[in-house]
Structures are given as structure tokens and as C-alpha cells.
Design a protein around this ligand. Structure first.
Ligand code: 13P
Ligand code: SF4
Length: 344
């Protein structure tokens, strides 16, 4: 049985958990607070099969914090926010990485560790931010603002990263922007993250009009209703939310930063203004905290299911590759980001 400390470490950072060899039934102990027995009976055969297949294929499963609890807490070896998954992918020495998240995360894993076979269980797991901008758009912006460096959120295609000077995530955006020592940056593609970064730095921000289809739906009225209905509640918001929403929250940060906040402060009642599975996964690690769940589902993250992960390992599909000339430039932008964290 997993310990509470195991689970807490896993959700806040990039926990390495030895799933292979564990019986699925033992793993149920981890998720019984959020997965009813009737659902577990449906999941168990796939979990058993995936644990076996991971050993046969010498594969590791990387899962984002938005994956459903039966994926996140049982078959995943490494979990975390986008930054942790990018960093940890570089360290994997297994033959195969199965990325349970969205396509840009699988591409980033491939960039960070090109010798591994990277699989995504459903190729259609996209992202509204990644789809909001192309490499040609970035070239046009650079032509309009010559000499201004381009900071690109990891929620983009490899083609867009290849046109960028450096990447960032919501966990390190301000640090990355300030690391460049310039007066102005082009910050792509999330308009709301750009506004939230601009509020924390003197560096001028030229933004794009991309939005996360999940976080843009939250409003200040949602937060006012939460506070009215649950006096004293702690509200944490993801910085992909609009500036006014972030301002009306008690804290804003990446998924890992939100999980850390809950783990460290143990608020009696909390609402995470973000994707739905986040609350389930943080709740598993924090049994004393009550979660109020005004969440929105990410349809892309939810394309990843246990049967698709099983099929992915059975058939070694869908392999994610990046053309060499794009990969070389895109990798540089991601590696520069990771180096900023290391320099701290
Ligand atoms: P982080 O996990 O980096 O906070 O990202 C959130 C997100 O929306 C990923 O798609
Ligand atoms: Fe993209 Fe938003 Fe889904 Fe994250 S939650 S993958 S940013 S659409």
C-alpha cells in the first residue's frame, strides 16, 4: 500500500513510483477516496495488463496532474506539472516512454530524450493553446519586432518552439522572462498567462491571443459564488485563467505549485480553479482537506484512458516523432528553459 507521504511527493513534484510488480488490488488503497468500488472493478483488468506490459516493453509512464486518478495513482511512474514532466523525461533510461497527457507534452519528452520511443495513447489529445499559433505566425511576429526575444509557453508545437529563443511553463514563466536581461519579450501564445506574468515583472510583454479553453471559462462570478457559499474557503487558480480571476484568488500557480500549497498549508476547505482531475489527485494526497470542485474538464486530457494506454503498449502506438531540423532548434529552446531552473 502506498503511504500518504508517497502520494504527496508524487503529486507535488515528479514522484518516481515503482508500480511494476504491484497487484492492482493493492493499488486500490491509493484511490479508494475518489474511485468507487464499482468503477475500480472496470479498471482493474486494464491496470493489471498495463503493469505487465510496462515490464515486457521496458516502458515508463509519465502522467500529467490532469490525468484521471485511476491513471495518475496506479500505473504512472512519474507524475507532475509540465515542467516536471519535461525535466524528468530527459532522465528516463527505459526504452519506451508512454506520455499520458497531451501531444505537446509527448513532443517535449521526445525532444528531451530523442533516443527513447515516445508513445501517446491517443494522437488526438491536443490543446487549444498549441493550436492557436503556427511557426509562420512566430516568424511574422519576429519580423514585426526585430531583435525582441521570443519566450514560448511549452503548450505549443515543436514547430513553434523551433522559432523561439526559450520556452517556459506556468511554473517558471516570470523567472524565464527575467533571465533574459532585456526590456521587452514576445510572450506566446497564452494571452492570460502573459497578463499574469506582466503583473509580476517590469519586463515589457508583447502577447498573442491564444487561450486555454478550460481555464478561460472561469469567471470572477464563479469565485464570488464560491466564497458566498463556503465562507473561509481557500481559492487557488491556475495562471492560464484571466487576470481578474487570478486576482480574486488567494494564490495562483502551476498545477505543481497548487498541489504544494495544499500539502504544506493544509487549508480546511479549498477550491482549485483548474481542470477537474487535479482536485481528485490532490485529494488522494491530502485526506484532511475538503475539496469544493467548480472544475472544467479538459477534453484533450480526457482522451487518455486505461484501455488506450493498454492498447498503446500492446501495439507500440502512437509513436511521436519530430523532424530532425525542427527538433534541433526546438530542443535548444526547451533546454535553455531547463537550464534557467538549474542556475538557481
Ligand atoms: P502545468 O501543469 O504546467 O501547470 O500546466 C497546466 C496545463 O494546462 C497543461 O496543459
Ligand atoms: Fe491545453 Fe488547457 Fe487542456 Fe492544458 S487544460 S491541455 S492548456 S486545453
Amino acid at each position: 500500500m502506498s503511504t500518504h507521504a508517497d502520494a504527496m511527493h508524487a503529486v507535488t513534484g515528479a514522484g518516481l513510483r515503482p508500480a511494476p510488480g504491484r497487484r492492482a488490488a493493492e493499488l486500490y488503497e491509493r484511490v479508494r477516496r475518489v474511485v468507487p468500488p464499482i468503477e475500480w472493478a472496470v479498471y482493474e483488468p486494464d491496470i493489471e495488463a498495463i503493469l505487465r506490459l510496462k515490464e515486457q516493453r521496458n516502458a515508463v509512464v509519465l502522467a500529467h496532474n490532469y490525468q484521471t486518478p485511476e491513471i495518475f495513482n496506479t500505473i504512472a511512474d512519474i507524475v507532475g506539472d509540465s515542467l516536471a514532466l519535461a525535466r524528468e523525461a530527459a532522465q528516463v533510461d527505459a526504452d519506451v516512454i508512454v506520455l499520458c497527457g497531451v501531444h505537446f507534452m509527448a513532443e517535449t519528452a521526445k525532444l528531451m530524450n530523442p533516443a527513447r520511443t515516445v508513445l501517446i495513447p491517443d494522437l488526438r489529445a491536443g490543446c487549444s493553446l498549441a493550436e492557436s499559433i503556427t511557426g509562420a505566425d512566430v516568424r511574422a511576429l519576429k519580423a514585426r519586432h526585430p531583435g525582441v526575444p521570443v519566450v514560448t509557453y511549452v503548450n505549443t508545437s515543436a514547430e513553434v518552439k523551433a522559432e523561439s529563443d526559450i520556452c517556459c511553463t506556468s511554473g517558471n514563466a516570470v523567472e524565464v522572462v527575467e533571465s533574459l536581461g532585456v526590456e521587452r519579450v514576445i510572450f506566446l501564445p497564452d494571452e492570460y498567462l502573459a497578463k499574469n506574468v506582466a503583473a509580476q515583472t517590469d519586463v515589457g510583454i508583447i502577447s498573442w491571443q491564444g487561450k486555454c479553453e478550460v481555464h478561460e471559462r472561469f469567471t470572477t462570478a464563479d469565485i464570488a459564488t464560491l466564497r458566498r457559499d463556503h465562507p473561509g474557503i481557500t481559492v487557488l487558480a491556475h495562471p492560464e485563467c484571466d487576470r481578474e480571476v487570478v486576482e480574486s484568488a488567494d494564490f495562483a500557480g502551476s498545477t505543481a505549485a497548487m498541489a504544494r500549497y495544499v500539502a504544506e498549508r493544509q487549508p480546511s476547505r479549498v477550491a482549485l480553479i483548474t481542470e477537474c482531475s487535479m482536485s481528485d489527485n490532490v485529494a488522494v494526497a491530502n485526506p484532511a482537506v475538503e475539496f469544493v470542485r467548480p472544475c472544467n474538464l479538459c477534453p484533450h486530457m480526457k482522451r487518455i484512458t486505461l484501455p488506450k494506454i493498454r492498447r498503446s503498449l500492446e501495439t507500440m502506438s502512437h509513436e511521436v516523432t519530430v523532424p530532425a531540423e525542427v527538433a534541433e532548434r526546438a530542443r535548444l529552446a526547451v533546454e535553455r528553459m531547463v537550464a534557467v531552473g538549474r542556475a538557481r
